[in-house]
Design a protein around this ligand. Structure first.
Ligand SMILES: Nc1ncnc2c1ncn2[C@@H]1O[C@H](COP(=O)(O)OP(=O)(O)O)[C@@H](O)[C@H]1O
Ligand SMILES: N[C@@H](CCC(=O)OP(=O)(O)O)C(=O)O
Length: 266
């Protein structure tokens, strides 16, 4: 059971399939709801950090491309366009509630370098201290070299866990297009059952988690397990919940049991 009395800084990660329609265009209703809730929780005294995907999807739609690009450079071009559009939307919506936002784009290289990691940590600390909500995504423009070495984050699930560790978060919430971790992929097995709590990641849990389920999602449940491992190692609880369900973030901070909670057995 999650003890919300111990939670002050919350990292919320939202995937492309939650933030955009199948055609890649921004799902304004969901984004608005997310922004309103995060703003309200920030006002309530939590320190909110947002990890947002969706740059490639939004850029693809904005450029009028027929499908998510396969060629790396075109994908990066779409991400550069989409990131700009996404931040424009966030900035505008958060400002309606008087909340300032900041964009932070990261690569794996930034995290493994001690000096750069310290700089990022300092920036997070300064931003949260003055009540700014940092919005993080992978820096898709400079991730090319890393892609070739298969060393980029590749998915924002892993990135969100790295961010949670780096900004000393007390909780990571990953919003997905599904209720949580099931004992097998519910897209292929209608009998699959939701798992409410995972206290330890082992081979059995890893076997349950499959790949992405939609055109814009990447990583699927497998990368959420990797994220959970990173969080549990650092003693940070992590939840996977459905980004389409209204009010879930309130339920979570009110200590209600939703989705799947990954929390190290004490
Ligand atoms: N054991 C599992 N439990 C739940 N979802 C699973 C499982 N295995 C694979 N998946 C797939 O993972 C998807 C969620 O991940 P993903 O497609 O990356 O979307 P998002 O970016 O919204 O998180 C689900 O829609 C489902 O198709
Ligand atoms: N940096 C990429 C994120 C990759 C991605 O699609 O992640 P996700 O939707 O979280 O599985 C983007 O913003 O499009």
């Amino acid at each position: 059971m999650l003890n919300m009395n111990e939670v002050r800084r919350i990292v919320v990660k939202v995937g492309s399939s939650t933030l955009t329609y199948d055609n890649g265009k921004p799902n304004i209703r969901r984004i608005e709801r997310l922004v309103r809730t995060i703003s309200d929780l920030q006002n309530r005294g939590f320190e909110m950090v947002l990890v947002s995907s969706g740059a490639v999807a939004v850029g693809t739609a904005k450029l009028g491309l027929a499908e998510r690009p396969k060629e790396l450079s075109v994908k990066q071009a779409a991400a550069a366009v989409g990131q700009c559009e996404l931040m424009h939307i966030y900035d505008k919506m958060f400002l309606e509630y008087g909340i300032n936002v900041a964009q932070i784009l990261l690569t794996r290289e930034n995290i493994v370098d001690d000096d750069q990691r310290a700089n990022i940590h300092n920036t997070f600390t300064a931003l949260t201290k003055i009540g700014v909500v940092p919005i993080i995504n992978e820096n898709d423009t400079v991730a090319t070299a890393e892609l070739k070495h298969i060393e980029n984050f590749g998915d924002n699930d892993t990135l969100s866990a790295v961010v949670a560790r780096m900004c000393d978060a007390d909780l990571l919430v990953i919003f997905s297009d599904i209720d949580g971790l099931y004992d097998s992929n519910p897209r292929t097995n209608p009998q699959a059952k939701l798992i409410n709590h995972v206290g330890r990641i082992d081979a059995k849990i890893r076997r349950m988690a499959g790949g992405a389920g939609s055109a814009h999602g990447t990583g699927g449940m497998a990368t959420k397990i990797t994220a959970a491992e990173l969080c549990m190692d650092a003693g940070i609880p992590m939840m996977v919940a459905n980004g389409d369900k209204q009010g879930l973030l309130y339920d979570i901070v009110d200590g209600k049991e939703v989705g799947t909670l990954f929390q190290r057995e004490r």
